[in-house]
Design a protein around this ligand. Sequence first.
Ligand code: DCP
Ligand code: CA
Ligand code: CA
Length: 365
Amino acid sequence: MSLEPPFRKIIHVDMDAFFASVEQLDQPELRGIPLAVGGGGKRGVVAAASYEARAFGVRSAMSGIMASRLCPQLIFVPPRFERYKEVSAQISTIFRQHTDLVEPLSLDEAYLDVTHHKKGNPSASLIASEIRTEILKLTGLHASAGISINKFVAKIASDINKPNGQKTIPPEEVLSFLENLDIRKFFGIGKVTADKMYGLGIFTGADLKLKSEDFLETHFGKSGRYFYRAVRGVHHSEVSPERIQKSVGAERTFNENISSEVFLEGKIIALAEELSKRLGRSKLSGKTITLKLKYADFNTQTRSKTLPYFIANKDLIIAAATELLYQEVLSNSVRLLGISMGKLNNEKKEAIKGPPVSVQLNIDF
Ligand code: DCP
Ligand code: CA
Ligand code: CA
C-alpha cells in the first residue's frame, strides 16, 4: 500500500540549542565550552544546554545541581528572553518571505506550508536549505529542518540531521519511515505513553500499525485514533498561521516551599496581576480559571472553576483563584503555584486556511 497524492509540502524549522547558541553568539568567550542557560540557584532548572554541555549528558529540564554533577566545569548563564524574542522575530521574517502559511510552535520553531511557494521554487528541500542559509546570514545561528508531506513527519524529520542539517522524507518513503520509527520518536508520544506502548509490545511504527483502531482507542483514548492515522501517514492538520491561543497563564516556583494557604494567598495576588496584564496585552478575557499546585514531592494538582461570564480583571481573578485555593486542604508543602485562564473569548476566530492542494505536487520534494 502506498500513500495517495495530492501531498502538501511542509517544512519544520527548529533552531539548534537555541537559547545557548544565542548566548554563545553574543558572548564570544562562551563559545566552544559547556554552557547551560538557566539552572542557577538552589532550584534552578536547565532551559538549554550547548552541544558542548550535551556531550556530558546535560539536558534541558534537568536540575542545575544534577547538571553540574555531570559536568563540573559547566557555566550557567541567566536567560534573556527579550533577546530570544528578537531572534524569533528575525527568523519569522525570513519564513514569511517564502510563504504566508507559517505556524510558530515556540520561539525557535515553526511549520511552513510551501506547497505554493511565493518565489516559485518547486523543491521543498531546496527551499529549506535556502531558509537555513538565510537564517545563518541574518542571525549568525544554525537551524535544522525536516521536510515532508505533513506536519507530523516534518517535525520528526527535523531532528534527524540536527544540528545544522536537514532531512527530507519524500512521499514514497513516508510509510517505511514511520514503520521503522522508534515509538519514542513519535510526536505526541511522551515518556509515559511510550512506556505504556512498550508494555503492550509496541516498540516501532510497524508494531503500532498491527493494532486495530479500537484497540488503540481502548488503551489511549482519543490519542489512540490519532496514532492509528499518524502511523499510516495520515495527518491532515493544516499549517494555520493564527493558531488560536487556548490559555494564558502565570506561574512561580518558590525558593522555599510554602505550607500554608495564607502565604499562598499573597502569591496569588502577584500572579493574578501578571495574568491580568498578559490578558490585557492580548486583549483577551476568559471564563475558566485554573489553579495549579506543584507539591514538594513533585505531584501536580489542578483545580478549575468556570464562570458564566468572561473576566480579565485582577480582583476577579484573585477572588476565583483564592476560592480554588481553599477548596481542599493542601496535600503537602507547595513548590510551585500557577494560575491560568482558559475558555478565552477568541475561540470563534477563524484560522487562515491554506489554499487547496493541487495534484502535480507529488514531484519535487
Ligand atoms: N526550553 C526551555 N525549557 C525546556 C525546553 C526548552 O526553556 N524544558 C527553551 C530553551 C531552548 C528553547 O526553548 O533553547 C528551544 O527548545 P528545544 O527543545 O528546541 O531545544 P534546543 O533548541 O535548546 O535544542 P535542539 O538543538 O535540540 O533543538
Ligand atoms: Ca531547537
Ligand atoms: Ca524547539
